[in-house]
Design a protein around this ligand. Structure first.
Ligand code: ADP
Length: 464
């Protein structure tokens, strides 16, 4: 080896940095490698939402929740494909993951909970600036305090096994310039206790994506950072890791066709638009789905034959979004003083749209959605009134539910023996099984922190 550490972490998103911090706190020497020029991957771009069973704020509001209820919601959205031990570990660990972010990392969260699609109750915390970047910054500060080096532009090429089949390190390229294949200098880095793979998903990997879901062939739009490609996952498959649910690639049902990638309107739609507004099909002026259904159900309905999905939100709700002005300026969110002006501008049949809004506002008053069974919780009753805000929606490729198989201890499992691959741990989007067919909003970060920390702890213990 050119150099050696006790624990080597691949990837500097939430999963990797959580693992690195725990390994360091356990007294181990740790190195994080990251192939891109900036740390954070998709974690940095995300909305920073954390789903929590038994959220402290929920208790304040007198609403009952439990890890079992969160697990039930996950199985329902996941079509029961989820691996039960992972679901239970994620749900049971969610509160601790949130408290770790708030109390140990010092992240400041908004004072109200968000009700995400597919969740039975409002249980999602969001950072005050509605972005994962604050969580990333807090993790980076902690890494600095603990003296954890994060080596950028250093890409994993292959795992190195010792004579007993144990993962003993990695071949990397230092000075790598993504996406130039084989750029940089080859180096061999040893890991005497364990390697944690936390390299994220493959939404940007057109070839890999196409194999697993031919419907996603071609240069389709995605919310992901450019480095979300599959080569690190493939390196794990080459040494016998088990692929799980690779075909289940999730579309985000809240992205805008009027801006590139994630943009500034997505968190508007997620946090205020969908909970308080309605999604209509502009070709009919009517609602077409329970806006609070899981992502898979909504995305499928949105791309169903000829739909032209749009989100309409009232002024009172819209004003709650801190980055509203920016969204309006970019044209990703549009504002109209009257419904008629909105209908005319977007070529929507005005009487049909007016009838849709009137009916929905009555449903809000009565607390019952007789059309699509959307939960209309008490705190959501903002009627949709002028000024009207509009986002023209188009689902984009967002998240890989699948990846390599781990057990609840974040140990990567061998495809033949079903036993842990000695020395290999994994966490975050590179793993599969937690979400099955559909991931619930807020569960990615929860999963990264729960299994990332577990991976760091267990990799530190290995060989003791
Ligand atoms: P998660 O949410 O699971 O933590 P992220 O996408 O936030 O995933 O972070 C994964 C990180 O891993 C990204 O920053 C990505 O650039 C990095 N990564 C992906 N492949 C490699 C590789 N081959 N070598 C080093 N880092 C990688």
């Amino acid at each position: 080896f050119d150099e050696s550490f006790e624990v080597l972490v691949i990837g500097s998103g939430f999963a990797g940095l959580s693992a690195a911090i725990e390994a360091r706190l356990a007294g181990r020497s740790v190195l994080v490698i990251e192939k891109m020029a900036l740390p954070g991957g998709n974690s940095a771009l995300s909305g920073g939402l954390i789903a929590v069973a038994n959220a402290p704020l929920l208790a304040r509001d007198g609403i009952a929740d439990s890890p079992d209820l969160l697990a039930e919601d996950m199985f329902k959205a996941g079509h029961g494909l989820n691996h039960p031990d992972l679901v239970r570990a994620a749900a049971a660990g969610s509160l601790e993951a949130f408290l770790w972010c708030r109390d140990f990392l010092g992240v400041v969260f908004a004072g109200s909970l968000h009700h995400g699609g597919g969740h039975s109750v409002p249980r999602i915390y969001s950072p005050e600036n509605c972005s994962g970047s604050v969580i990333l910054q807090a993790l980076l500060v902690k890494c600095r305090e603990l003296g954890i080096p994060i080596r950028l532009q250093t890409a994993l090429e292959a795992f190195i096994l010792d004579g007993d089949g144990r993962v003993a390190g990695a071949e990397v390229r230092a000075g790598h310039i993504f996406p130039q294949a084989q750029s940089g200098t080859p180096r061999r880095i040893g890991a005497t206790r364990g390697v944690v793979l936390a390299s994220g998903g493959y939404c940007q990997d057109i070839e890999f994506r196409k194999i697993h879901d031919p419907g996603l062939a071609g240069a389709l739009e995605t919310t992901n950072h450019p480095g979300a490609t599959a080569e690190a996952l493939v390196s794990a498959l080459k040494i016998g890791a088990t692929p799980v649910h690779l075909s289940w690639i999730q579309m985000g049902p809240w992205t805008s066709r009027d801006e590139v990638g994630w943009g500034v309107s997505t968190m508007f739609s997620v946090l205020v638009g969908i909970p308080h507004g309605i999604m209509i099909d502009a070709s009919t002026g009517k609602r077409f789905v329970n806006e609070l259904a899981d992502r898979l159900s909504r995305s499928r309905e949105m791309v169903a034959a000829g739909r032209d999905p749009m989100l309409i939100v009232g002024g009172r709700a819209a004003r709650q979004y801190p980055n509203l002005a920016q969204g309006l300026k970019r044209g990703a969110i549009r504002r109209y003083d009257t419904l008629e002006a909105l209908a005319q501008d977007q070529s929507i049949d005005f009487p049909a749209l007016e009838a849709t809004l009137r009916h929905f506002n009555l449903s809000l008053r009565d607390g019952v959605d007789d059309e699509f069974g959307r939960p209309l919780a008490a705190h959501e009753r903002f009627p949709i009134e002028a000024p009207y805000h509009l986002v023209r929606l188009r689902p984009k490729i967002h998240y890989c539910n699948g990846g390599i198989q781990i057990d609840a201890g974040a140990r990567a499992l061998d495809i033949a023996s079903h036993r842990p691959i000695p020395g290999l741990y994994a966490a975050g989007e590179v793993t599969g099984g937690v979400h099955g067919a559909c991931r619930l909003g807020g569960m990615a970060i929860t999963e990264c922190i729960v299994f990332g920390r577990t991976a760091g702890v267990n990799a530190s213990r290995a060989k003791d």
